[in-house]
Structures are given as structure tokens and as C-alpha cells.
Unconditional design. Structure first.
Length: 287
């Protein structure tokens, strides 16, 4: 009997240990699940943070790209290598294309001799001959300022920049001639209503053959508008021209001529030279 009681006692005493082990196992499994769940949440949080960072970077890059595109569009309107702006900026309606200067004491006005958006700047200077008539800019004009000042103005300009260049020591008026810097391949238009009186070639600085065209403006038989640095001239003597519309020819590239105006521009730019002479002159002029 005593043996059976001992066995029973052993069985009874063993039951709590089994239960404890079972419970411990269950708790261990629960702890493992909780740990795995925490790890999963951490991974998800890390992925979420990475996604948020990528979205923020993408947003910053998008804004930067947008700012760059807008600035490029704005600058395009006044690059020497560009034509009109795609946004139709101020220079598209600039009054300078209708009248940028008047001649002497007369009421004769000159239009910029090019399509809208193709003029980079206008540099007034002394003509080679003293008979050349002085011109007066109609709007703000930089008067013999530092070249860097004009350069910076051209870079940010929304319309052609007018400026008077340093003296050439010729004794003629400071605004008796002008160099009009144009975009490459620009058409050269008539600056006045009038009639062609001269179409000829000459040797520029004994380096290159150039065209020389003169126009008698309507109502001013005593004056001649002389234009040089033209290519593919398409007008003839006696032909009537319409201000700002009739094509005289194309801008002549002159890479071998380092003109004074290029000191005032951000980069090398070709130009047409224009001046007003009395009708009594022999038609020769310098640049």
C-alpha cells in the first residue's frame, strides 16, 4: 500500500511540472511571435521612411528642374544664338523695333533692321567720317560705361540694350554710327520707308568682300541710310522698301573681324553697321 501511495504522490507531483513546461513553451512561442512582429513593424517603418525620403528628394528635384526650365525659357528670349522667346516676352512687343533712334534734328525715326527677338544690342560709336549725322536713342541708353556693366545688362535683358561705346578718337559725334548685334542667320530689314540708291561691294579692312547698301528715306532727299556687313543682298537700285518689312539681305558672319562691340557682349556676336550720311557724300564709310 505504501508503494502505491508513493507512486500516486509522484504522479501528482509531476503534473504541475508538465503544465509549467507546457506553459513555458507557449510563452516562448508567444514571445517569438511578438519579436517577429516587432521586427516586421521595424522593417515596414524603415521602408516607409525610405519611401518618404525618396518622395522628398523627387519633389526637390522636380522643383529644381521646373525652376531651371523657366529660367532657360526666360533667357532664351535674349541669347545671341537664339531667336524669339517661346513665351512671347517683352521684346516681342518692344517699341524699339518700331523706333529706336531719331536722326539729327529731323523727325526721321529708325526701326531696328531685324525681326523681333533677334537683336541682342545696339552699340553707338563714332563714324569714320565726320559728315555722318548724329543719332539720338529714344529710350534709356548706357553712355560710355564699363564694358562689364553693359555685358551684365545684356545677359538679363528682356529687350535690346542700347549703349554708347568708348571714343575711337575720330572727331565725329559719339552716336554718328552704330553696330547692331544680331542672332546668327538673321534677316536684315529696311530701317525706313524709302528707295534704294546704292548696292555695291567693297573690301572691308582689305580682308573680306562686303556689301554696301544705301537708302534714301521718304521725305528726306538730303539723307542716305548706309548699311554694311550684309550677305545675300536681295534688293536693287530704285527698289522701294517698307520699314521693318522689306528684306535687304542676311547678316554676314565676320569671324575674322574682332569689332569693338564684342567687348560689350557676353560672347562673340556678328552685327550690321548703320549710319546716316548727307546725300552729298561719295558713299564711302568705315565700320
Amino acid at each position: 500500500m505504501e508503494e502505491r501511495t508513493d507512486v500516486k504522490d509522484e504522479i501528482i507531483s509531476a503534473q504541475p511540472r508538465d503544465i509549467l513546461l507546457k506553459n513555458a513553451g507557449a510563452e516562448g512561442e508567444f514571445s517569438a511571435v511578438r519579436i517577429e512582429a516587432k521586427r516586421r513593424r521595424r522593417r515596414l517603418n524603415a521602408m516607409l521612411r525610405a519611401k518618404q525620403i525618396l518622395m522628398a528628394i523627387s519633389l526637390v528635384l522636380s522643383i529644381g528642374l521646373l525652376i531651371y526650365i523657366v529660367s532657360e525659357i526666360n533667357l532664351l528670349s535674349f541669347r545671341p544664338d537664339g531667336a524669339a522667346s517661346a513665351t512671347g516676352s517683352v521684346e516681342e512687343t518692344s517699341p524699339l523695333y518700331e523706333c529706336f533712334a531719331t536722326v539729327g534734328t529731323s523727325s526721321l525715326s529708325l526701326a531696328l533692321p531685324a525681326r523681333r527677338g533677334s537683336v541682342v544690342g545696339v552699340g553707338f560709336h563714332q563714324a569714320e567720317r565726320r559728315e555722318a549725322v548724329a543719332m539720338s536713342p529714344v529710350l534709356e541708353c548706357y553712355d560710355r560705361v564699363a564694358t562689364a556693366t553693359v555685358r551684365n545688362a545684356v545677359i538679363g535683358a528682356e529687350q535690346p540694350v542700347l549703349f554708347v561705346m568708348e571714343s575711337r578718337g575720330r572727331g565725329s559725334a559719339a552716336t554718328s554710327a552704330m553696330d547692331i548685334a544680331l542672332a546668327p542667320n538673321s534677316e536684315v530689314l529696311s530701317p525706313v520707308n524709302g528707295v534704294v540708291t546704292v548696292v555695291k561691294t567693297y573690301e572691308l579692312y582689305s580682308k573680306v568682300t562686303d556689301y554696301h547698301v544705301e537708302i534714301q528715306p521718304d521725305g528726306y532727299p538730303d539723307l542716305r541710310i548706309a548699311i554694311i556687313h550684309i550677305d545675300d543682298v536681295c534688293v536693287r537700285i530704285g527698289q522701294r522698301l517698307k520699314k521693318g518689312e522689306t528684306v535687304i539681305g542676311m547678316l554676314r558672319p565676320l569671324p575674322q573681324i574682332n569689332s569693338q562691340i564684342n567687348k560689350y557682349l557676353p560672347e562673340f556676336t556678328d552685327h550690321v553697321h548703320m549710319q546716316v550720311n548727307p546725300a552729298t557724300t561719295d558713299g564711302s564709310l568705315g565700320s
